[in-house]
Design a protein around this ligand. Structure first.
Ligand code: FE
Length: 342
């Protein structure tokens, strides 16, 4: 039997234990952040290590492919440990937002560091690197004076000269979605039908295979993300592959760009820590490494590009918000199917 005095002592002891068990963990709760990343470990680990050193905040992360990560976030629901989602392509980020997996981030720093067109209009995600999807041609077979716009690649002069990656990759779905946003669905379909008529070979499984076909003379040019060219040129700088920046005329819309980026999860346990990590990833300090490691362009326009990337010259990018890549994705997929783009 416990007497009242002993009971009050016990209550006090329990209270002390509770206090001291809870307090440190409450403090710790803001001292870590959990990231689900479709960007690979080789890219993010050095950055997270640097952030841990700079901030004292522990970064725990899980890397996987886009699909499984999103499925996991959905399945975990309110119980997810994830605070931040990192992935590639505005089409994917838009889908994550659409599925209710993200929450808005209110951050002046992000607004200052990342241009409007690379951020979700509702602040559900933000771009952290820019990937330009542009023309790469074989200089033995193409005079760059022949090149002008994405649309002009539908002209009969390119019959039997074009290589493309398949239409089932989100990169091409986003490219066509942005064409729809720029030119309307009818004109976008005319262009895509022209590309398909101009194909030299069936579409390739990835950008690298399309580039190798151009280098081998199977076709004259292709449309790829520039970092794939960068990887090939690092292995063999003598490859006959050159970049052309389309849509640079006064009336033209600029080069098609997409992003890799991130958003705070809907059920984040450490949303403030997630916001601070996003802000840091957008900072001058982190941007050069975040973009440079994969030969992409920094989303923060104040940051210099890697030397190989700089050698490709400057270009004007499309100012259209990359959210259109998501908003028109379903229409783009249907359009490519109608146009016979496999
Ligand atoms: Fe890629």
């Amino acid at each position: 039997m416990i007497f009242p005095a002993a009971l009050s002592q016990l209550t006090r002891a329990v209270a002390i234990v509770l206090c001291c068990a809870l307090l440190p963990s409450t403090l710790h709760a803001e001292e870590e952040v959990v990231v689900y990343s479709a960007r690979n470990e080789q890219l993010i680990k050095p950055l997270f290590d640097a952030y841990e050193t700079a901030s004292g905040v522990r970064v725990r992360f899980l890397t996987d492919k886009e699909g499984p990560l999103l499925a996991r976030l959905k399945a975990e629901g309110v119980n997810t440990p994830a605070d931040l989602l990192l992935t590639v392509d505005a089409g994917n980020l838009w889908q994550a937002a659409r599925s209710g997996l993200l929450q808005p981030v209110d951050s002046t720093l992000l607004q200052e560091r990342i241009p409007d067109h690379l951020r979700d209009p509702d602040n559900l995600w933000v771009g952290l690197s820019v990937r330009a999807r542009t023309v790469v041609y074989n200089p033995d077979r193409v005079d760059p004076a022949e090149l002008s716009t994405y649309a002009a690649l539908a002209d009969p002069q390119w019959r039997g000269r074009l290589c493309l990656r398949t239409s089932n990759k989100v990169y091409n779905q986003s490219l066509v979605a942005m064409l729809i946003a720029e030119q309307g669905e009818q004109e976008a379909e005319r262009i895509v039908r022209g590309w398909v008529e101009n194909l030299a070979t069936p579409p390739f499984a990835d950008d690298t295979a399309a580039l190798k076909a151009v280098a081998a003379g199977q076709c004259d040019l292709t449309l790829v993300n520039t970092y794939y060219l960068g990887r090939l040129l690092k292995e063999d700088p003598a490859l006959p592959l050159k970049i052309f920046w389309p849509n640079q005329g006064m009336e033209d819309s600029g080069v098609h760009v997409n992003i890799s980026g991130g958003g705070i999860t809907r059920h984040a346990k450490h949303p403030e820590a997630a916001r601070r990590l996003l802000e840091w990833l957008a900072s001058d300090e982190a941007q050069a490494a975040f973009a440079g490691e994969n030969l992409e362009y920094p989303a923060n326009p104040g940051v210099a590009v890697a030397p190989l990337v700089a050698s490709w010259g400057e270009f004007r990018q499309s100012p259209l918000n990359v959210a259109f890549a998501g908003a028109h994705q379903a229409a783009a997929v249907k359009l490519m199917d109608r146009a016979g783009y496999r």
